[in-house]
Design a protein around this ligand. Structure first.
Ligand code: F6R
Length: 244
């Protein structure tokens, strides 16, 4: 795993956006894997700036998002579709028909998950995947457990994730308890992966990930250690417990 430690959240966001922009310039028909959450907001802001000020062209770009809450429809301000429109898609020249966020309202998550993975394959596979990391080591909504899902499908959120994400909702009781999430195999198929981490709240898990040197289903992000092209971009707060 390649590691880039930055001085600040802003620098982390610029480095990540720079990596994505280079890939888009290199292949205008690229397929991107995208994440939501607090961490990538600065990266999307910088990509929007690059579009507006430098002409970064999204017109041929295809995207697939990692996950969506179950029971929340696309128009809900807490939906990940809403988040993506608001933070990126509404501000660049992307064809929304080429953007995909799992459907949290599907009545057959298993079948739907298979179709989502097939859609990714049909589009040619993900060239570069953006990830955040949960404080418990989850990637997408693949939570620490005895087993991890390979393909996209229905997952249950842990208490810790529900509490971590309560800040976006009226109260912890309003946080959905399930999601449609890309599986570990779906993520690991991406040719290149960039994982972001920011702030002290991620220091413990980044310490474990970087120093662990082992794969465990108790830290889903540890599977990234098996991938040939992963870059961790994190600020110095998130990196502060490495080597301690
Ligand atoms: C989001 C996702 C999650 C987040 C993770 C970190 O699509 O799949 O794995 O990346 O929960 O969230 P933040 O960035 O809010 O700390």
């Amino acid at each position: 795993m390649k590691i880039i430690v930055t001085e600040s959240y802003e620098e982390m966001s610029k480095v990540a956006a720079g990596i994505f922009a280079e890939e888009i310039i290199d292949d205008s028909r690229i397929v991107l894997g995208l994440a939501t959450g607090s961490t990538p907001i600065g990266t999307y802001k910088e990509l929007v700036r690059k579009h507006l000020e430098e002409g970064l062209d999204f017109s041929q770009v295809t995207t697939f998002n990692l996950d969506e809450y179950v029971g929340i429809d696309a128009g809900d301000p807490n939906s990940y579709r809403f988040f993506m429109n608001e933070n990126l898609f509404d501000h660049v020249n992307i064809d929304k028909g080429n953007t995909h966020v799992p459907d949290g309202m599907t009545d057959n998550p298993h079948e739907y998950g298979k179709e989502y993975d097939e859609m990714i394959e049909k589009a040619g596979g993900i060239r570069i995947q953006l990830l955040g990391i949960g404080s418990n080591g989850h990637i997408a909504f693949n939570e620490p457990d005895e087993e991890l899902p390979v393909g996209t499908g229905l997952v249950s959120l842990t208490r810790q994730t529900i509490e971590d994400n309560a800040r976006f909702f009226q109260s912890v009781d309003h946080v959905p308890t399930q999601a449609i999430s890309m599986g570990m195999g779906s993520i690991m198929k991406a040719e290149r992966i960039v994982i972001l981490a920011s702030g002290e709240g991620k220091a413990e898990i980044i310490g474990k990930l970087v120093e662990g040197g082992k794969v465990t289903t108790r830290i889903p992000a540890s599977f990234l250690l098996l991938h040939p092209d992963v870059t961790l971009v994190c600020d110095k707060e998130a990196y502060s417990l490495v080597g301690r």
